[in-house]
Ligand binder design. Structure first.
Ligand code: SAH
Length: 371
């Protein structure tokens, strides 16, 4: 039987959500258009919420028909929405081939923070994180990262603005460097979301070379998942520490704090009972951070089945905070939000078709336990 699918229908259209301003300029100049088309299209997409090229009236007719024929504005699809009793919302967002990531919106009195994922799953094997247990499939594209903000803002409507973005969902953003940077550029572009660089935070487990590169290309706030003040323990909790040990990490943090938009680095420290929560641990942390302008965010551990860890008691966390505070370090305790819908830190699991060998190994181990 004759195949009636035309060539043009078969040809995949260029998704304009995949480009930041620089990318759009290259694209438009490449098709013989002026570079200011980049600002015009950004404004239509992200500020006017228009996806129909015919309605983009300040583009020339020729430009519009080129875009209609060759391009599309295709955000990822939002599949499921859950709303927690505290107003936190979690969305499962379809990426491709049955993979899903999770995006969380945390409303507060004066701001609304969106927690965005950067990868499908995660290749780092932090022992206390449930995303890690899902294995890893692939990096998200620019359109899939910025698309989370796009669909979330559409869903929330104009009255509820997303004022802050943290790249703290599934995945290690600095291992998906170029796409994460391009997406953050769109977040901060005045013709798109126009968020200030203080309101965009990238959270990393400490990929030292990428931290060094980041400040050259994109000026955003940085959070570092520390969780231990000595290499022995950090090697175990955050295995990437074996590659980039604390001396190197602290050096990179010091450098970043000199030029980053904030004068300090935020260190995240998950409170694990009997593991990293003693007063000696607090004092070791003070010594470690002596030369780095720091703010510490203590995160009560969010349990998940089979983790083998317990959260430190409220008392222990308060004491830990007090020791740091008395040493002059600004310390906050992260409020656990959205835990009744598993939207809290480390609870995002999405649906990951794991491709990493690490996961196969884990599966084998599990099977051998069952056998
Ligand atoms: N890969 C990045 C971003 C994702 S994790 C990073 O490591 O920073 C976001 C934050 O949640 C990190 O600080 C992470 O250590 C923390 N986290 C992970 N699992 C957690 C859990 N079960 N309870 C509390 N915090 C957790």
């Amino acid at each position: 039987m004759k195949n009636f699918v035309t060539e043009s229908a078969k040809k995949k259209k260029i998704n304009l959500l995949d480009f930041d301003r620089k990318g759009l300029i290259t694209f438009f100049v490449g098709i013989g258009e002026k570079s200011f088309r980049a600002s015009q299209i950004l404004k239509w997409i992200y500020q006017e919420d228009v996806t129909d090229f015919n309605q983009m009236t300040n583009l020339s007719k020729a430009c519009r028909s080129y875009l209609i024929k060759n391009c599309a504005i295709t955000p990822p699809e939002m599949l499921v929405e859950q709303v927690a009793s505290d107003g936190t919302r979690k969305w499962a967002i379809e990426m491709s081939c049955g993979n899903r990531v999770e995006t969380v919106f945390i409303p507060e009195e004066k701001r609304g923070t969106l927690c965005v994922s950067s990868q499908i799953g995660c290749a780092l094997a932090c022992t206390f994180c449930s995303t890690a247990k899902q294995g890893f499939n692939r990096n998200l594209s620019v359109s899939e990262i910025i698309g989370q903000l796009y669909v979330a803002q559409q869903r929330l409507g104009k009255e509820t603005r997303i004022t802050n973005v943290v790249i703290m969902g599934m995945g290690e953003p600095l291992l998906n460097f170029n796409n994460t940077v391009a997406a953050m550029n769109i977040m901060m572009d005045d013709f798109a979301y126009g968020l200030s660089k203080r309101r965009v935070t990238v959270s990393t487990s400490g990929i030292v070379p990428a931290m060094k590169r980041l400040n050259d290309v994109c000026d955003v706030s940085m959070a570092v998942s520390l969780h231990a003040a000595n290499d022995e323990l950090r090697d175990e909790l955050v295995p990437v520490n074996q590659k980039y040990p604390l001396v190197e990490l602290m050096d990179a943090c010091r450098e970043y704090s000199k030029t980053g938009p904030r004068k300090h680095i935020t260190f995240e420290y998950v409170m694990l009972e009997g593991v990293n929560d003693s007063s000696d641990d607090a004092r070791a942390l003070i010594r470690l951070l002596k030369k780095v302008p720091s703010k510490i965010n203590l995160i009560p551990f969010n349990p998940f089945s089979g983790s083998g860890y317990h959260c430190s008691s409220a008392n222990t966390i308060a004491q830990f905070k007090d020791i740091l505070y008395r040493a002059g370090i600004i310390t906050t305790i992260r409020k656990t939000r959205g835990d009744d819908i598993d939207a809290a830190c480390g609870q995002l699991i999405g649906k990951v078709k794991d491709k990493s060998r690490r996961h196969l190994k884990l599966q084998k181990m599990d099977q051998s336990h069952v056998a």
